[in-house]
Design a protein around this ligand. Structure first.
Ligand code: PGA
Length: 264
């Protein structure tokens, strides 16, 4: 009889998305300093900090340890040239970026389409950098229409991304209705579990079941100290993308600990 294949699981991860915060480089350094001092206690979870691009180089240079890696919140898909205001993946790589957030709903709200998102994803993945594809519905409805939206958003964002390119792909499920609120208005563990199963199904349809086992699926949307344990307990969640609470380094550490102490 054939032995059942052991399910492999990706390493857990926590990503700080500082968005357009804080207001000064000094404050940015202060947040990182607390993280640097306390991060040693976090076992198991890979930690990424995505500051505003302006602070990236200084922060990266100030940290020589291995516990924290740095990423960007966005990049452009062209390699070089006349694209005023943009940063290319190649430039990000030269500065040591290990991860890029792609297609965040706040960028999509500014006009970023699935087509642009897929071009950016391709550019990041081609460069062997981790790409965090953000997807999520604006609101929920009782007929499950939001799942159709989600399926389409995932499919369209991944258009042109071949199976051979998904080693560095991460999916961040970030329902827009839960972003920037508080833990009471965040998702419940049950809702999160259901939607992760759904996302895995959609990814399996595109790439095949075995291939997507190692694609981490993380959650973002008002993860705070108070709901971190509950959400970290969802069997299939591979990590968190944390916005406002990542600017409070002590809270961020608590959230990371909830994740890394999960017993499976
Ligand atoms: P939030 O943001 O934690 O402030 O809800 C998450 C995100 O937008 O990535």
């Amino acid at each position: 009889m054939l032995k059942e294949k052991k399910q492999r699981r990706p390493r857990k991860m926590i990503i700080a998305n500082w968005k357009m915060n804080p207001m000064t480089e000094k404050e940015a350094k202060d947040i990182l300093n607390v993280l640097k001092r306390k991060i040693i206690k976090i076992f198991g979870a890979e930690t990424f900090v995505c500051p505003p691009a302006l602070y990236f180089a200084t922060l990266k240079k100030s940290y020589s340890g291995k516990k924290i890696s740095f990423g960007l919140q966005d990049v452009f898909y062209e390699e070089r040239g006349s694209y005023t205001g943009e940063i290319s993946v190649e430039q990000a790589k030269d500065f040591g970026a290990k991860l890029v957030i792609v297609g965040h709903s706040e960028r999509r709200a500014l006009g970023e389409t699935n087509d642009i998102v897929s071009k950016k994803l391709k550019a990041v993945l081609k460069n062997n950098i981790k790409a965090v594809l953000c997807v999520g519905e604006r609101e929920r409805d009782e007929h499950g229409e939001y799942l159709l939206f989600l399926r389409e958003e995932i499919r369209a964002s991944l258009s042109g991304i071949q199976k051979s390119m998904i080693d560095n792909l991460i999916i961040a499920y970030e329902p827009i209705w839960a972003i920037g609120k508080n833990y009471k208005m965040s998702i419940s563990a049950r809702e999160l579990e259901e939607v992760i199963i759904f996302i895995k199904k959609v990814l399996s349809e595109i790439y095949g079941k075995d291939e997507v086992q190692m694609v981490p699926i993380i959650y973002g949307g008002s993860v705070e100290e108070k709901n971190a344990e509950e959400l970290a307990g969802v069997p299939l969640v591979d990590g968190f993308l944390v916005g406002h609470e990542s600017l409070k380094p002590n809270s961020f550490i608590t959230i990371a600990l909830a994740l890394s102490s999960r017993k499976k």
